[in-house]
Design a protein around this ligand. Structure first.
Ligand code: ARG
Length: 627
């Protein structure tokens, strides 16, 4: 394959046509004020028989001007000059109430495909590269990763990848929950188990930690209501004694945990050693999971709550000094215009909160990383938290770098809940969270079964490694292809299917194209010099549909970035794979009628494979040569 270089800039036909249409609209409709913004409403044609693109602007313009839409469409057509771009448009190209159909010139289509087929796949370098910080992953120490973490990890990583792909600088930040009372509780619990000789610090696994975490929570929660009930209903001295003991024990445990928190805060070496071990075990297991999920998240991206601990006191003082924080019932709060609840930044007992740390996080991200934009890929149930925190940081001036005159943009890329087939939050039958690792193992087993059925002569090891890629693709694609903010139902059967809007289906489209090339090599049907210089001759309707879909790739990427919606890219890739399927059914490639057609089709296939692989890469989905 020859080296591709970044030569010409890709002229998106939607934009190019848009410019011509706006010019025609302005001269056809002089009543429109020159200051009025005109949207030419160019979209891919809904009826490929009638054209490649359509302009839908006549209808809203007619309404605005109180004229008949068809008349407006005719006036636009009369002033339209598409010269080198498209076939001349006449009255006959106006459909229905006033849709104007446009067909690209064949040479133009070939030229656009040539432009697209460069190193960047038509994606321009940004005029002003920005720095984007993406907050993702967000695990808490001593807890297993479950389905909820799947979303913040893979959606966050996909959003990060889109911005990287578009040429921006991306900083990933894991806001790990590694500080505060709940962490102190489990630290105390484990420290005392180790001291009593019941646990070995060096042999702890994440499952152990998860168990200790829950025991610690229980140990530190006095059942006062139970005690009151026992007393009120006179359930007997035995029950009362038991609950008495529970409450006393819990009070003591809680006091111990608070003491442990103080020790952590004052860097007591023995306590820190236990905490560090909890951190290492959790992070190693979770980062292994990130690797398995093919996300680019490493420990360098971790900035846990603990990393802000020393900054919180001075931060709160700064806010007090500048009159931004005020006292309220012993606590310190920041009031936000239009929101009745103030943001509490220090409790009356002197403790700091989740919100305080997030405000410090914003300041660090803006000041230290020079972020222009902060994107928080966090569960939708935290929307209110982020509204408060964003507004407070803004009021504090932390969203602006010293000396800069623009504020960083803060966005909560909220995601919905993963539901089980019963439409309730996805849980195991026992009511517990399902371990992500177990879920993936199950998907791999199913994928392995499918792969074996299809390729019975594959050896066990290849089968297993293909199944791993297929399973991860299935899980990731199922998650990413759903509208981010909506809840979605987790269905293993549906996501693992090789047909339909699934990860395996997309992988398979790519594998089929690679198969064409393998066969072509075997039969010596592919020129040694490659096919990069073959002429694009898309003539068959299925070929044209695929070609037009290819041209939409750069726009699909920017729409994905703009909406922070990886599902946009999923829709695009699914449509491309569908267009390829139709093309493959209807247009023989290796058996094409003549050599020029074969070369053109091969090059189209190659371009399709490059776009598919690139798009899957942006989603963080690895590809396969066979499956
Ligand atoms: N650890 C948090 C949780 O489990 C998620 C962190 C999200 N990121 C943030 N900057 N607050 O809810």
């Amino acid at each position: 394959m020859t080296e591709r270089t970044h030569h010409t800039r890709f002229d998106d036909p939607v934009l190019a046509l848009g410019e011509r249409f706006v010019a025609a609209i302005r001269s056809a409709l002089p009543d429109l004020a020159p200051t009025e913004r005109i949207d030419p409403l160019i979209s891919p044609s809904r009826q490929p028989k009638l054209g490649d693109f359509q302009c839908n602007a006549a209808m809203p313009l007619a309404k605005r001007l109180g004229r008949k839409p068809r008349e407006v469409a005719m006036a636009i057509v009369a002033h339209l000059d598409l010269a080198d771009l498209a076939e001349p448009v006449t009255e006959r190209d106006i459909a229905g109430p006033g849709f104007i159909n446009v067909r690209l010139k064949a040479e133009k289509l070939a030229e656009l495909l040539n432009q697209l087929d460069d190193e960047s796949l038509g994606v321009p370098k940004p005029d002003t590269p920005t720095t984007v910080v993406v907050d993702l992953f967000g695990v808490n120490l001593a807890k297993q990763m479950h389905v909820g973490h799947l979303r913040s990890t893979i959606i966050g990583d996909a959003i990060a990848r889109v911005f990287e792909r578009l040429g921006h600088t991306v900083v990933r930040q894991n806001h790990v929950g590694d500080w505060g009372l709940p962490i102190a509780m489990v630290t105390w619990k484990i420290a005392s188990e180790v001291e009593a000789g019941r646990a070995n610090l060096d042999a702890l696994t994440l499952d152990d930690l998860d168990r200790y975490y829950r025991t610690a929570q229980r140990d530190c929660t006095p059942d006062r209501r139970g005690l009151i009930a026992v007393q009120r209903y006179g359930l007997g001295p035995k029950a009362e004694a038991e609950l008495d003991a529970q409450v006393a024990g819990a009070d003591e445990a809680l006091a111990n945990a608070k003491d442990t928190l103080l020790k952590l805060q004052s860097h007591d070496p023995e306590t820190l050693r236990v905490w560090q071990r909890i951190r290492d075990v959790t992070m190693n297991a979770c980062l292994d999971m990130c690797r398995r999920l093919n996300t680019s998240i490493t420990d360098d991206d971790s900035a846990g709550e603990s990393s802000y601990a020393e900054e919180l006191g001075p931060l709160v003082q700064d806010l007090l000094d500048r009159g931004i924080a005020e006292e309220s019932d012993g606590a310190l709060v920041v009031r936000i215009e239009g929101i009745p609840e103030p943001t509490i930044i220090r409790k009356s007992d002197g403790g700091f909160l989740y919100a305080t740390t997030d405000i410090a996080g914003i300041r660090r991200r803006v000041h230290k990383f020079n972020a222009d934009r902060l994107i928080y890929c966090v569960d939708a149930r935290q929307s209110f938290h982020f509204r408060l925190v964003f507004a407070a940081a803004h009021r504090a001036g932390y969203t602006r770098r010293p000396g800069s005159d623009h504020n960083a943009v803060l966005e909560h890329a909220a995601f919905g809940t993963v539901l089980g087939e019963d439409n309730r939050p996805f849980k195991a039958r026992t009511g517990e969270n399902v371990r992500l690792a177990d879920l993936i193992d199950e998907a791999v087993a199913r994928a392995e079964h499918e792969v074996k059925l299809r390729s019975p002569d594959l050896d066990a090891e290849s089968c297993r490694s293909i199944a791993e890629v297929v399973a991860i693709a299935a899980i990731k694609y199922a998650d990413l292809s759903n509208d981010r903010v909506k809840d979605y139902v987790f269905s293993m059967n549906r996501m693992i299917a090789f047909e339909g809007d699934t990860g395996p289906y997309l992988l398979n489209a790519l594998v089929r194209i690679k198969g064409i090339f393998r066969k072509g090599q075997e039969r010596s049907l592919i020129p040694a010099a490659g096919i990069d210089s073959a002429e694009f001759l898309p003539e068959h309707p299925a070929e044209k549909t695929m070609a037009l879909q290819l041209l939409r790739y750069p726009a699909a990427l920017s729409a994905t970035a703009e909406s922070l919606g990886p599902h946009r890219l999923c829709v695009y890739l699914y449509e491309l794979a569908g267009a390829f399927s139709k093309f493959y059914e209807q247009c023989p490639v290796l058996a094409a009628e003549d050599e020029r057609t074969r070369a053109s089709r091969l090059r189209l296939c190659q371009l399709t494979a490059r776009v598919l692989a690139d798009g899957l890469g942006v989603l963080g989905i690895s590809t396969l040569d066979r499956m």
